[in-house]
Design a protein around this ligand. Sequence first.
Ligand code: FAD
Length: 466
Amino acid sequence: RLALHWHRRDLRILDNTALHHAAAGAEAVVPVYLLSNWRKEHLWTGEKRQAFLCRCLKSLGANLETIGGRLVIRCGRAATELEKLAKETGADAIFYNRDPDPFGGAAEKEVEAMALRLGIACYGHDDVALHTPEEILTQDGKPYRVYTPYSKNWLSQEKPQPLPKPRSLNTPPGISSLPLPDNAHWGWAESEADLIEAGERAAHQRLKTALASRLGNYGETRDFPAVPGTSRLSQDLRFGLLSPRTIYAKSAAALGETLSTPARSGIEKYIKELAWREFYLAILWHFPNVLEEEFNPDWRGLGWAEPDGKFEAWKQGLTGFPIVDAGMRELLATGFMHNRVRMISAMFLTKDLHIDWRLGEHHFMQHLLDGEIASNNGGWQWSAGTGADAAPYFRIQNPWTQAKRYDPDGTYMKRWLPELAKVPVDALFAPPKDGHPLAPGYPLPCVDHATERDRTLAIFKKHRQR
Ligand code: FAD
């Protein structure tokens, strides 16, 4: 018996549900990754994330070889390519882990139909989250719309255990494969950004570091972007370099071994963040319309401003608001932005510049290594005040006071805005009083926060009264 394992958001060999079952049930397994065949432009990805993907594939290929496997790379529509490969290899089964987003789901339907037509078995597994959207429902069997009751239910459920690595895959020789890709596959240049190390081994190392030295203080440090206080595992969850079962099991074990109350509460807080991820996966699953419109119908049709030069300034980190600009430059340079700064920056775009959250959503997707449509949409709609359990529209963060609160000695801002290195730290917490830029080449604030805040309140109130 020969099985195909279709790798998607699961670029790992450890604790991989579908790969585990494929190896257990077949004498030989052909692991395959299908490259997308668009070229040049994509609304929802960019150079950095594709470069990270390529590096993950390289590492996956090497890891598969350690268990007698060989990664086959093909390119094109899933149902067509898997049909060709199944016929070439005489496969009698296809295994894959389900993708919770609507695009992944549509491809799965085509693959299932193709397998049925060929008369071969097709096994979809749940792997991307600890609980599927259908497992965490209200007492009436409805999806949650608010995070706190969702998370209580989520936390109370027994969690699935990690699965062992397959002993051997035994991939037959002679199956043709494209070479490991680089960005040229999509018609792009190599990314010059400073990307975090890709691959399963690096992800496990990050988890180890997070558990050893970060998560015990997570409650105190997670909101301070200058401090390495968060797990930095989001891209690993995005590409499935680590499974959420492994992360949960190791965090729960650390909790069991930790006696100090603050450290325990840090780890508990971290686990609740994993529930945010699954809350947004569930929102997208139950309400796929959030990709097009506001989750909250009250705010559909709000009049957003036309994107102008200020939108470009926001993208480049040149708004004149140092905390916003530092975040946007961190994003451009590394494909990552700290969560606190994502919130400040997203709220600035929507509430200070009045620009449609969808434009910010696309920009983040094009630059974030962890760019994931459910979490990103959730984060953007939260910040815009339009989403499930969102910040109410009248709670508008002030970027100056946020900077003072969360980067009190300016370390983060100065790290990403070297032109401000010599500026006294207090100058980073208020618009320049003398009307002069903080440093040569650094712009004056592109708007007045108080004025734009009042404008936002007026726009939302007027919309509600319509
Ligand atoms: P930690 O603080 O260590 O959190 C642990 C894990 O919990 C994260 O790895 C992540 O998987 C999950 N998590 C934490 N906060 C959230 C949240 N608010 N929503 C969903 N999951 C969360 N996260 C993404 O993974 N992909 C995105 O595309 C994304 N876009 C965002 C856009 C905006 C506007 C905002 C405000 C947030 C976004 N987030 C996104 C959530 C969050 O910023 C990142 O998950 C976090 O910064 C990743 O760093 P970390 O792994 O060190 O997080």
